[in-house]
Ligand binder design. Sequence first.
Ligand SMILES: O=P(O)(O)OC[C@H]1O[C@@H](O)[C@H](O)[C@@H](O)[C@@H]1O
Length: 337
Amino acid sequence: MHRTVEATSDREPPSTGPWRPTAASGGNLAATVVRRHYRRAMAQELSERSELAPGVTLTTGEAGLPMIRVECGPATGSIYLHGAHVVEWVPVGRGSALWLSAVPYDGGGALIRGGVPICFPWFGNGPDGTRSPLHGFAGRLPWAIEEVRGTDDGVLVVLHLTESPATTAQWPHLFEATYQVLFGEKLRLSLQIRNTGTEAFTFEQALHSYFNVNDVAGIAIRGLEGETYTDRAPGAAAATGVLSGPMHIVAETDRVFEGTSAPTYIQDTLHTVRIAKTGAASTVVWNPWSDKAEAMPDFGDDEWPWMVCVETGNVRSDAITLSPGQAHTMTTTITLD
Ligand SMILES: O=P(O)(O)OC[C@H]1O[C@@H](O)[C@H](O)[C@@H](O)[C@@H]1O
C-alpha cells in the first residue's frame, strides 16, 4: 500500500538561477546531452558567480563536472550539480564521513559511486522490477542552483530539478524537486517533491548514502532491531527475516527495511555515525562484498571493506503518492558521535 501525503502549504515559487536544465531532445539521458548541459552551465556559472558566497566556490570535479565546494567554520563539503550529488562532508576536527570510490568518475551515464546519490522517482529497478536506469533519473541530470548562503549552522545549498522531455519520456509526470543541503557540524539533506501536474503520481526515493568505515566486517548497525527485512543479495542467509539484535555484515548484503523511521547508528572503530530521518519510512543497507565489487567497473576490487550504505528512503510499500499540488519532504540528518 502506498502512503498518500497530505498537502503542504504553498511556498514561494523557486527563483530561477542563472541557468536551468533544458529539455534533452529525443527523450533519453544520453551522456552527450548531459555533458552539453554541463558545458553550458559551467561556462555561465563560472563567469557569473564562481564565488557563490563567502567560503563557497563553484569549481570542477571529476570529468570536468561543476561542483560546489564549501569551506566554512563547522565543515567542508562538496556537491556536484550533476545529480545534486554530495560527495564529501567533513565536520571540523573529524574524519571524512562519506565514502567515495577511488575509481575516477567518467562522466558517463552511471551514478557517481559514493557520497549520496539521489534515487528518484524509483529505487533499483522500481516497484515492478522493470524500470531503467537503476535508481531513476534524478541522480543523472544537472540540477539548477536555487540558493547558496551561509547560516548560523554552516552553509546551505539549495538545488532544483523539474521535468523535461528527458524525464517525461521515462516517467510521464510534472514535478518539482528541491534539495536542501546543509553542510555544518551536521549534514542535513532534505528532498522535497511537489506534484505540479494535474494527476496524482506515486514515486520511490532514497538518499543512497555511502559511509566510510574502518572494517565493514567489524561494524554494528543499531536502530533496526526487531524490524523485518528482505535481502536481495544472492546467497543471502534468508530472503526475509527479522533482526533480533544489532546488524552485522558478513557477506554481500542488500537488505530493505520498510516501515521503520527510528534513527540508525553505524558503530565502527573510526566513529559512530547517527542517521536520523523524517518523512522517510525505509532504510536500505548495502555492501557488495568481494565478488560483486570485482564485477563492478566503477568500484575498486579492494574497496568494499571500507564502506557501507545505510540509505534513507521511501521504497516499495513505503512509496509516496501525491495528488496535484501536494508536496512531500524527506529529511536525513547525519552526525558523527
Ligand atoms: O550499483 P548501483 O545501481 O549504484 O546500486 C548499488 C546498490 O544499491 C542498493 O541500494 C541496492 O539495494 C542494491 O541492489 C544495489 O546493488
